[in-house]
Design a binder for this molecule. Structure first.
Ligand SMILES: [Zn+2]
Length: 578
């Protein structure tokens, strides 16, 4: 603990101190401060000095922290929470997606095409037209065709990723550039979808077949990538996010991502704390472990932490690649989905990474995948003497009831993304159809995982879905789309309370990165990561969550985002907010 902080704490214990002795850099007063502290959940004022919280309590008690240079924010009853932690994000992929057309809000083919046409018109000088976010349900037959894309982009190659990043959609120019014809063979673990009559490529590409086109897309240079990362960090700050746990990227080599993060750190532009995992490759487990340890040795501080490993146990339910205990419901002839690892190999890899002192994340979506991941974590617990490992399982889209209690027993963290449960048409037409009603009744079962005593953390999986925390919060507490459907919510018994949802976005996220003593709640001595919100989520109906705006984001005691509007807080001195 810094000496100054120790002095402040000592002073706070013995009582009020003269103002000159402890002026804060930033003082928020007159608010409704939800601290995420179990014993003191509410306060009115918070003072920040040197990046740390030095006071939490009634406004009257904050007077000694008001100095001539203190920035004082009059909250006027506004809600303040700890800065949000997105526990599962793909930061660089998300940043790169900012340069592409986003289709995820469009349901009909006509609307998808209109959006692409408009984007292409706005970006006439781009060599390619790139996008992401299309939904299977928008296309007759469930997959897009090149003719549908040619109809809006004919002059240039165009390529659009499906929202799940497991299927792609290319126009004729892109297929030609990639040399894909009726004679091209399917690559390993991929399929070129073909016209059943002519055998010509239809324009849809599954799994690794996407790489045939993606490898032809010009790579952005370092400057362009860095500019997009900066934009992404600003965007996250505007959504109240002060920490992310990056689940790694498949498309970019890690070294190039790390160099972007390091550059932001050097430039003082790292306004979101980053913890990043690297992929544990089944073909080179030892190499992955060694690389993670090397990265951790370089960066393991409050702003940039590297050196976690993530293994992909299975795929996704939409593409029938998630590993299930029983066959898929829509077409049992498709089997139950094969995991990416043999169980023994997965267990050996997790035991080895755990033995090397690494935290292990396992992507597991089907109930069999989740069970394999729990088995592997259990083997690590049995094999290695280690007090605090905090193994994680990512996604957990469905689960066998017998496995709920194992999370608590094994100390495994459930890392889930509320908006993946968004009960839109795509969920019902694809996810629920494939899973079938029994497994769907345990779909994204946050409340059951809570009831079993597990530690649950929330994230977005951006750019798979938006990183907007309020969209995630709304889905977490209502199990409805933002249009309010279905009435009453989809399996509303699996929704969580607002307070619990906020905990999963704050203090629980800090626990998942071993930093709960440093951040994640508003308490004296902790790092000052805070957000001021336009709505009081605790008093307003759930629909108010969707119109909530972040007014101010503070990371490490510094204002990193301030809403631009009349009456917004001024840069210095006493100000009002809103
Ligand atoms: Zn992910």
């Amino acid at each position: 603990m810094p000496a100054l902080l120790a002095a402040l704490l000592a002073a706070a214990l013995v009582g009020p101190v003269a103002p000159a002795e402890m002026p804060a850099d930033l003082l928020l007063v007159g608010g409704r401060i939800w601290t995420a502290e179990e014993n003191h959940p509410w306060a009115e004022a918070v003072a920040v000095q040197g990046g740390r919280i030095v006071y939490v309590g009634p406004t009257a008690g904050a007077a000694p922290f008001r100095g001539p240079k203190t920035e004082v924010v009059e909250l006027e009853g506004r809600l303040v929470t700890p800065g949000f932690n997105d526990a599962h994000i793909h930061l660089v992929e998300g940043a790169l997606s900012l340069d592409q057309v986003d289709l995820i809000e469009e349901q009909s083919l006509a609307a998808v095409q209109a959006r692409i046409r408009a984007f292409a018109a706005e970006t006439p000088r781009s060599a390619w037209v790139l996008g992401k976010g299309w939904l299977y349900g928008s296309f007759p037959g469930g997959l897009p065709t090149r003719e549908q894309l040619d109809a809006v982009v004919r002059d240039r190659p165009a390529y659009m990723e499906c929202y799940d990043y497991h299927s792609g959609w290319a126009n004729s120019k892109a297929l030609a550039l990639a040399g894909i014809t009726k004679d091209t063979k399917d690559p390993e673990n991929g399929a070129i979808v073909r016209d059943p009559k002519t055998g010509e490529p239809s324009g849809a590409l599954k799994e690794s077949a996407r790489d045939l086109v993606k490898s032809k897309i010009p790579v952005l240079d370092e400057e362009a990538r860095y500019a997009l990362l900066r934009r992404a960090l600003r965007l996250l700050n505007a959504q109240g996010i002060t920490s992310v746990q990056d689940a790694g990227s498949d498309s970019a080599p890690l070294t190039s991502e790390v160099s972007l993060f390091e550059r932001a750190l050097r430039d003082g532009a790292l306004t979101v704390r980053i913890l990043a995992a690297i992929q544990m490759r089944s073909r080179d487990v030892d190499g992955s472990i060694a690389e993670a340890r090397r990265l951790r040795a370089h960066h393991d501080d409050a702003l940039l932490r590297l050196g976690r490993v993530k293994g992909y146990v299975d795929g996704v339910i939409e593409a029938h690649t998630a590993a299930m205990l029983e066959p898929y419901a829509d077409d049992p002839s498709l089997g139950r989905g094969e995991p990416n690892w043999a169980p023994e190999a997965l267990t050996a890899a997790v035991v080895a990474a755990d033995k090397a002192g690494l935290q292990v994340y396992l992507h597991a979506i089907g109930d069999r995948g989740v069970r394999m991941a729990l088995d592997a974590h259990e083997a690590a617990l049995a094999a290695n003497a280690r007090a605090d490992r905090r193994g994680r399982i990512e996604h957990i889209e469905t689960i066998h009831p017998d496995d709920y209690p194992r999370f608590k027993r094994l100390g495994v963290i459930a890392s889930m993304q509320p908006l993946h449960a968004n009960p839109d048409q795509n969920n019902f037409d694809v996810w629920s159809r494939n899973a079938g009603p029994d497994r769907a009744s345990r779909g994204f079962s946050w409340a059951n995982i809570e009831r079993a005593g597990a530690r649950l953390v929330f994230g977005s999986d951006w750019p798979v879905v938006t990183a907007d925390v309020f969209r995630g919060l709304y889905c977490a507490v209502t199990r409805k789309t933002r249009e309010g459907t279905p009435a009453g919510g989809w399996h509303p018994e699996l929704a969580v309370s607002l307070e619990n949802a906020l905990r999963h976005y704050t203090i629980d996220g800090a626990y998942a990165s071993f930093e709960e003593a440093e951040k994640g709640s508003i308490a004296v001595g902790k790092r000052a990561d805070l957000v001021v919100l336009s709505e009081d989520l605790f008093k307003a109906p759930p629909e108010a969550i969707l119109k909530t705006k972040v007014l101010l984001t503070v990371m490490d005691g510094k204002v990193v985002y301030r809403v631009q509007s009349a009456g917004a807080i001024a840069p210095k001195g006493t100000s009002r907010i809103g």
